[in-house]
Design a protein around this ligand. Sequence first.
Ligand code: BGC
Length: 746
Amino acid sequence: MKNMAKWITSPIDPEYSVVTFQTEFFPKKEIKKATVHASAIGVYTFSLNGARVGKGVLAPGWTSYPKRVQYQTYDVTDALKASNTLSFGVGSGWAVGHLMQTTHSYRDQIAFIAWMDVVYADGTSEAVATDASWDVYTNEVLFAEIYNGETVDKTAEIRHLGKAVLAADIKTRLVAQEGEWIVENDRITPIELIRTPKGETVIDFGQNMTGYVEVTIQGPRGSRVLFHHGEVLDRDGNFYNENYRLARNEMTYVLSGGKDVFKPAYSFQGFRYIRIEEYPFDEVDLNSFCAIAVHSEMARTGRFRCGNEKINQLYHNVIWGQKSNYLDIPTDCPQRNERLGWTGDTQVFCRTAAINYNVKKFLNKWMNDVALEQGKDGAVHGVVPDAPNARPKRISAAWGDCACIVPWEIYLAYGDKKLLARHFPTMKKWVDYLHSAGNEEFLWLQGLHYGDWLAMDAGEDSYVGATSNDLIASAFFAYSTELLIKAGEALGKDMSEYRTLHQNVRRAFRAYFMENGMPKEEFPFTEISVGGRAPVDTVRKGVTQTALTLILHFNLCNDDERPALAAKLVELIRDFDMRMTTGFVGTPYILHALSENGYTDVAYALLMQEKNPSWLYSVTHGATTMWEHWNSRKEDGTFWSTDMNSFNHYAYGAVYDWIFGVACGIKPLSPAYREVSIAPQPNKCLGFADTSIDTALGTLRAHWYYKGDDVYYEFEIPAGMTAHVTLPSGYKTLLTGGTFSLADKN
Ligand code: BGC
C-alpha cells in the first residue's frame, strides 16, 4: 500500500556512512503473491533474510529529486519464509552526496521508503510499510559517496541506532521505475600487475570503464585493501588521477579474517587502473581482482566491423564511451567530480547511442526530467537532473537544444508517436524560449553559451573555440525549429506558425551572419560561459569550420551557395593540414556537411587522420574509450589539463553516426527503419565495412568490400522493410525482405 508508507530517516545523521532500515515480517497464511517496493533519497540495497534481492544496483537511480523519485518493485513471493527480515542499506548517493562542488545536493540526510503488498492464497491481503516502528542500524559500509568511494569494514560492529524518524518534509512524487535497471555487465580480469617507476603497485584492467572492482580475499582480520582509481598512467608510467579533480575514488576494504568478497554498493568509479596502497600480503594476487562494468541495462542493437583495425578500435571506444556514460542518466564522464547529465553531450551523441543500443526507455526517462526541469519560459539548463548551485545552470545553445534533438532522434529510431507527442510540448516550449531569448526576435544574440566547446581554433588552451556564439545559437534556433516542425507534422499538427518562424529565423540568420553567400568574418565578442581558460584569441569568427558546417548541415544557405561554402570548408581543412578545428558543436556534423556536398573523400581523410586533432589521434595513443579533449594526452606524453580532461567522454563518439549512415550508408527514411535509404559510400581505406542494426522488423545489414577496384555489396533486409538502394555508380534498386548481393563495377 503505497500511501501507507512514510518516508523515514535515521535518528542519528549518518553523514556519509550507510545505515540499515529493518523490519520483520511473519506471514499469517499461505502467500499467493508478495511484492516489495522501495525508494530512497540516496541509494539503497535490499536484502531479504540476508540475501540481496533484485538485479539492480544503485537504485533508485537519478531523477529530478525535488520533483520525482523512482521506486523499484521486487517480487519476493518465493523468497518469503515463516519469519523474515527485510533490510535496506541506504547511502548518500546522488541526492545527499556531492554534485560538483556542492555537498548535500538535494537533502542533508538520507531517507528511505518501502512497502510490501502481500496477497494470501485465500484472497485476503496485508501490507507492511515504512513508519517510525522500523529499526535503524549501523552498517558495515562506514563511508560511501558517489565521487569519493566507499569503505567496507567486515569487522564493524553493527549497532542499533534506534527507531526510524519520520521525514515528513519530503514531498517529492514517487513514480514507478521508468528507466532501465542499472546492472552489472561485463566482468573484466586484470591484464597486468605493474610496478611503476615511483614504486607503486598498479593493476591494469586493459579497458577504461565505469563500475567497480570486486576483491575476493582471505587475510588477517582487520587488515586492509586500499586502492585508488585512475584512467591513464602518466608519461613516465606512474599512476595518475589528477584529472579526477576533487573526486577521491578511494576504496577501502577491511577484512573479516574469513573469505571475503568486497565490492561497493553505493558508489561507482571510472577507471582502467587501480593503485594498491594497502594490501595484507607482500605479493598482490591478481586473481583476487575483477572489474565489473556497470551501466543501464540496454539491449545491444548495432554492430560494426571494417578492414581497418584503428577504425575498429575507434568503434570499440565509442561503444565503451556509451557503456561508461549511460548509467541511469546520460553523463558527460564517469570519474571526476562531475558525472552529470550534460544536455549538450547527450544531444550530440544520442543518434549514435540509438544505433548502438536500444535507448528508448533510457532516453525517454531522461527527457521526462528535462520536461520537469524546463523553466516556465521554456529554458533548459546545461545539466539535467539539476545539480544545485553548479555552473551548469546556464542556458546554452546546443545544450538546451537537446529539448528538440533528443525526442526527434528517439522518434526516428523507434517510431513511437506517443513518446513524440509526450515530448512535443517540451520541444515547443524550447523553441518559444528561443523566440524570446535574444534581443532580436529571430536571432539569439548575446546569450551566455558554452560555444564550440573544446574546439581548437581559439588557442590551444582555450575551453571554447573561435566560432561566434551568436552564430551557433542562431543556427541552432533554426535547427530546433525545423525539428519541431517535423515533429508537429508527424503528429498531424498545424505547424504553419512555426514554418513562418523558421523562414524568419533563416532569413535573419542570413542577413546578420552572411554576406554574398559566405559567413561574415568577425562578430562582436560576447561573454563566454567558462570559469577559466578563456580563448586566447577573443575575436569571434564566422569563417570557421564549425560555422560553415552548421550553415551547410542546417541548410541555412541556398543551394547555389553550397559549392562555395563547401569549398571554403575544405580549404580551411586543407589549410590546417587536413585536420579539424571543431569542438562539441561542429564535430558531430562536419563529416556530414562534407559528404552531403560532394566531399566524401575529404570526410574520409578526416576520419583517417591521425595527427591531433583527430579521432584516430586518441586511438594511436592507446585510448580504449573516447577522450574529452582531442589531445587529452599531448604528443609529449603530458596532459592537456587537469581540470577538464576526462578519458571517457563520449561526445566525439558521435562520429559513428557518419560511419553508419554514410560510409555504410544506412539512413532511416521513415521512423523505426520501416523505409530506409542504403547508399554506401565505400572507400578503400576501410577495405570493407560491415554493419547491422536490429530494428523492430528484424536485423538490417549492409556490407561492402573491395576486390581490386571493384566493390561488392551484401544487404540483408528484414521482411516488411523497404530499402531504397543507391550505389556510388548511380545504380538504384528497391529491395525488401531477403539477402542480396550486388556488384558495382567502376
Ligand atoms: C562537461 C562537458 C560539458 C561542458 C559544458 C564540462 O564540464 O564535462 O562535457 O558539456 O562542461 O561547458
